[in-house]
Write a protein that binds this ligand. Structure first.
Ligand SMILES: Nc1ncnc2c1ncn2[C@@H]1O[C@H](COP(=O)(O)OP(=O)(O)O)[C@@H](O)[C@H]1O
Ligand SMILES: O=C(O)C1=C[C@@H](OP(=O)(O)O)[C@@H](O)[C@H](O)C1
Ligand SMILES: [Mg+2]
Length: 176
């Protein structure tokens, strides 16, 4: 049987999955995987271009398919914010790892994600960020094993507190 040896980062765009994930991987000596990079490699296009050329529904389909094919151990997986729309993909990731939800407020989301960044969000242009926020909030909460407030700047102390929480979770749930 496979162990849940991965740490799967989930949350809103701009919550810090890619930034924090890379540092956490270095700290724990784990491989770092950013699923947005896997999607881009699969499609041979930047995420923004996939949305522009093929649309939001297509991006979500590709994302689900890439996630369902992911089969790794001992890795930190930074998902894209829209990963949570695929229940099957999230269940697949949860079977192989602990889901860590990096929680941010709507104000933090609005501050960190600016339209000019061309982040390629899986949302229709006419749908504002608050709608995305409230639509997704319960989805992240439903799959989270651990929830961490990530509104504040990332410091070594914060990272080590998170690291301890992960160790506690692993110890007390004896998942491996
Ligand atoms: N506590 C924090 N953790 C991670 N990133 C943070 C934090 N505070 C501020 N940031 C900034 O917020 C942005 C997060 O972007 P990113 O890591 O791409 O998020 P995501 O992958 O979740 O979309 C980066 O510009 C990063 O420097
Ligand atoms: O939230 C979203 O709709 C998306 C967020 C992006 O990833 P991040 O959450 O890493 O910014 C992007 O690449 C993804 O495919 C769509
Ligand atoms: Mg990211």
């Amino acid at each position: 049987m496979k162990t849940r040896s991965n740490l799967v980062l989930i949350g809103m765009p701009g919550c810090g999955k890619s930034t924090l994930g890379r540092r956490l991987a270095a700290m724990r000596g784990l491989r770092f995987i950013d699923t947005d990079k896997l999607i881009e490699a699969d499609q041979n296009l930047p995420i923004q271009q996939i949305v522009n050329l093929r649309g939001v529904a297509y991006l979500r389909e590709v994302e689900a398919s890439v996630l369902n094919r992911l089969d790794v151990q001992n890795s930190i997986i930074a998902t894209g914010g829209s990963a949570v729309y695929s229940q099957i993909a999230m269940q697949h990731l949860a079977e192989q790892g602990v889901c860590i939800y990096l929680e941010i407020s709507l104000a933090t989301l609005m501050r960190r994600v600016k339209p000019s960044q061309n982040r390629g969000l899986a949302k229709l242009p006419q749908h504002p960020l608050p709608r995305l926020y409230y639509e997704r909030l319960p989805l992240y909460q439903a799959v989270a094993d651990i929830t961490v407030n990530n509104n504040w700047p990332l410091t070594a102390v914060r990272l080590s507190i998170l690291n301890r929480r992960i160790n506690d979770y692993i110890k007390h749930t004896s998942i491996n």
